[in-house]
Design a protein around this ligand. Sequence first.
Ligand code: IMP
Length: 426
Amino acid sequence: MSVRVIIGAQWGDEGKGKIVDLLSDQADYVIRYQGGANAGHTLNFDGQTHILHLIPSGIFHSNTTCVIGNGVVIDPLTLLDEIALVKKSDVDIEGRLLISETAHVILPYHKSLDKVGEHALGGQKIGTTGRGIGPAYVHKIARVGVRMMDLLDPDLLRKKMEVNLSEINTKLAAYNAEPLELEDMYQQMLDAAEKLRPFICNTTYRMHKALSAGREILMEGAQGALLDIDHGTYPYVTSSSPTAGGACIGSGLPPTAIDNVMGITKAYCTRVGNGPFPTELNDETGDKIRDAGREFGSTTGRPRRCGWIDLVALKYAVQINGMNELVVTKLDVLDGFETLKACTSYKINGEETTEFPLGLKDLDSIEPVYAEHKGWKESTRDAESYEELPQQTKDFLDAISKYLDVDISIVSTGPGRTETLVLSDL
Ligand code: IMP
C-alpha cells in the first residue's frame, strides 16, 4: 500500500498528466485535489492525444477509480463535455468516477467575474485562464459558494444563485458590463446536476475505506508549487494550494497517510500568464525551446514563456512539499544544444543568495547566476535505459539531483508512454 502525491515543481505544465497516467497502471485510486478546468493534462498513447482538464489522468486505466476531491472547483458543463469525450474513447466510467459532494461549483457568473476582474487590473493583470477559478474560490472562502450537493437541491440552488447574482450584477454594472439573468443559468445547472448525480458522493469516506483496505492511492496536483496561493509568486498565482498540504485539505486524507511526494520538473522551465520568471529567455534560445517543446498552453493555447531550469526555485519547491522523488520531463527538448545552463543562485541588489524571495520587488530584480553544462548531439528519445543516455545528459541530470538532494526516479524523453526511463523501484 502506498499514498503518493504528484506535484508540479515549477509553474505548472511540467508533464504531470503523463506521469500520473504511467503510475495509474498500478494505482487503485487517483484523486485530484485542487484547481479546476484551468489545468490541462496532456496524454499521448495509441497514436492519440487526450487533454483532460478535470477528470484525473488515471481514467484510461480500467482498474483505476478516479476521484475529483473536495478541494477542486468544478465547472459542471466542462465536466460533462469531458465525460462525453472520455466515453467516446470507449472508456467505461460507470462506478469509476467519483465527484466530491463538497467540491465547489464554478457557475457561469464566476467566468464573467474572472474576465472583468482581469480587465480592471489593466497592466497588472494576472493572466488567468478565464475559467472562473479565482471567483469560485472567493465564494468558497466567503462561505457563499455552491457545492456539488447543492446542485442536487433545486430550492437551495435557486436561493444561493439569486443571492450571489444580485451582488454580482451590482459589481458588473460598476464595470459597465451587462447584467446576468438567473433563469437560463439556473436551468442549465439543474440539467447538468441530473447528469452528474450518479457520480456525486462523499468521497472522503470512500478514500478512507481505500486507505484502510491498503489500496494504492495517487493524489494528483494541478498547476505547480510556484503558483500556490500561499507559497507562490503572489499575486501572480492561482487561487488554490497545489502544494503537498493542499493534497490533504483537498481530499480529506491526513498528512500521516502520505508515503511519498513526487515532484515533476521539466529539464528547463516555462510559465504561462504574467508574473516573475527569473530565468526567462526573451531571445532565440527561448524561442528554440518553445518550438522544440511545443510550448503552447493546453487549456488556453497561449505561447508559454520559456527559460533555463531554475534550481533555486526548485530547491524551494522540494522544501515546501517535502519532495523525496523527482521526475525530469521533456529532456529530449534539450537535444542538440551546444551548452545548457542551470540557475544555481540569484543576485538581488548585488547580494548573492540561494533563497527564493517571496516579495515582488525582490523577485523582479533577480539576476540569475548560472552553472554551464555541455550539451549533447544525440537524440535522447532513442534511449531505452538511463545507461544508454549520452554521458553529458547523465552529467546534467546528476547536477540537478545533487543540487536538490533528491534522487531522480523517472526521466521522460518524449510525449509517448514508451518514452519513459524508470530509474528506481516505484
Ligand atoms: P487561474 O488559475 O486561471 O486563476 O490563473 C492564475 C495563474 O495561474 C495564471 O498565470 C495562469 O496562467 C496560471 N495557471 C492556471 N492553471 C495553470 C496550469 O494548469 N498550468 C500553468 N499555469 C496555470
